[in-house]
Design a protein around this ligand. Structure first.
Ligand SMILES: NC(=O)c1ccc[n+]([C@@H]2O[C@H](COP(=O)([O-])OP(=O)(O)OC[C@H]3O[C@@H](n4cnc5c(N)ncnc54)[C@H](O)[C@@H]3O)[C@@H](O)[C@H]2O)c1
Ligand SMILES: [Zn+2]
Length: 380
């Protein structure tokens, strides 16, 4: 038996009822799944979770590799956000690659047999396609979005069911450990592409998982020079390796003056905010050039106070809120960037572990030793 940091047992008590309609058990087959058993910290590895049954337009995917995300950590630790959002009983996880096992009776993209065995990932934001934004090319901000592993059963399991529209066939030359993390890479690509970085100086505040990805993505997208801040020296060092020309400790009082000196006194053209930390947001806007563009991905843990007049109005700044990935423009851009050979993601995937060692994976993230941890789900 393994024990989570909070002391919660992580071996299997009786599985809780599924939170998602798509996982109503009918055929008796079972699988391994990482489940949030109750409204408390910890996770349970359930060896006998019913395999999801398929709606007519769903695809059943056998998960082979899955990335652990900061969101999964929130659910594992059961913070206020998780407690207010996530239904106990759910299978968590949303970053993955796998193989199509079976398709529903009305699936038209892959079936009935042609798609079986295809290596795929999937967009984890699922919507009905009926609201204004979904119908006008902005499905990433649809009102009725449900997120895999947050609102409905996710991918830390041998099988997951997703609607066919969300399935993304993975190019054969993209390796599994990268295909497993297309979801966060898509966040980085969406942010960088929204901010239009070509031939521009770019400041990234917060080079954690997505910020580090954004360094290599911004370079690929033609940013002239990339500057970064973080509080963690190991991440700053990695950002330098990935192409940042300067990397400052965020608590260094000189960094805003220095970045402005390096940019004709004006400040960087583009801010990519990827920490969600109020101080980093404030400093990032202070550093940004008058008339610059700020693309905000980081999510503050609570409402923050912010100097709107100085940072946006008098600065004439353009501010972009970034949510998820554009469907599916971001996915095509991401594939092209990967195929160009100009993204360097290998140093970001620091650990690969079997599903059974999930507690170690979360500990690696909590200590900061791990950046992206990918779990392998091949059966022992
Ligand atoms: N908008 C979206 O759709 C979306 C999607 C995924 C993640 N997010 C958010 O994006 C952010 C980044 O996600 P991640 O997975 O890379 O998280 P992460 O925890 O790996 O990275 C955050 C980084 O910010 C750094 N940091 C903390 N305080 C800082 C400060 N004052 N100045 C500079 N850096 C500081 C941390 O050291 C860490 O390296 C998080 O806030 C996450 O919630 C948003
Ligand atoms: Zn994620």
């Amino acid at each position: 038996m393994k024990t989570a940091p909070n002391g919660a047992a992580t071996s299997a008590p009786a599985p809780a009822a599924s939170a998602a309609a798509s996982t109503t058990p009918t055929n008796g087959a079972t699988m391994r799944a990482l489940v949030k058993p109750s409204s408390a910290p910890g996770l349970t590895l359930d060896a006998h979770r019913p395999v999801p049954t398929l709606g007519p337009r769903d695809v059943l995917i056998r998960v082979t590799h899955a990335g652990i995300c900061g969101t999964d950590r929130h659910i594992y630790e059961w913070d206020a956000w998780a407690a207010g959002r996530v239904p106990p009983g759910i299978v968590i996880g949303h970053e993955f690659v796998g193989i199509i096992e079976r398709v529903g009776s009305a699936v038209s993209r892959f079936g009935p047999t042609a798609g079986i065995g295809l290596r795929v990932s999937a967009e984890g934001h699922i919507c009905s396609g009926r609201d204004y934004n979904a119908r006008t090319g902005n499905a990433h901000i649809a009102r009725d979005t449900q997120i895999l592993g947050v609102d409905r059963d996710g991918v830390f399991a041998d099988f997951v069911a997703v609607p066919e529209e969300n399935v993304w066939p993975v190019h054969p030359s993209i390796p599994d450990h990268i295909a497993a993390i297309l979801d966060p890479l898509g966040n980085a690509v969406h942010t960088v592409m929204a901010a239009n970085v070509s031939a521009k100086t770019v400041l990234i505040t917060g080079v954690g998982i997505i910020g580090l990805m954004a360094v290599t993505v911004a370079k690929c997208a033609g940013a002239s020079r990339i500057f970064v801040t973080d509080l963690d020296e190991r991440r700053l060092e990695l950002a330098r390796k990935l192409g940042a020309v300067r990397a400052w400790k965020a608590n260094d009082p000189r960094w805003i003056d220095e970045v402005q000196d390096l940019t004709r006194g004006d400040g960087p053209d583009v801010l990519l905010e990827m920490s969600g930390h109020p101080g980093a947001i404030d400093d990032g806007f202070k550093a940004l050039r008058m008339g610059g563009t700020a693309a905000l991905l980081g999510i503050p843990s609570r409402p923050i106070s912010f100097d709107l007049s100085s940072h946006v109005i008098f600065k004439g700044a353009t501010v972009l809120g970034i949510n998820g990935r554009r469907m599916f423009e971001t996915w095509f851009q991401m594939e092209e960037m990967l195929l160009s050979g100009r993204l360097n993601l290998d140093p970001i995937v620091t650990h690969r572990i079997p599903l059974e060692d999930f507690a170690t994976g979360f500990e690696l993230m909590q200590t900061g030793e791990g950046i992206k941890v990918v779990m392998e789900l091949t059966k022992p």
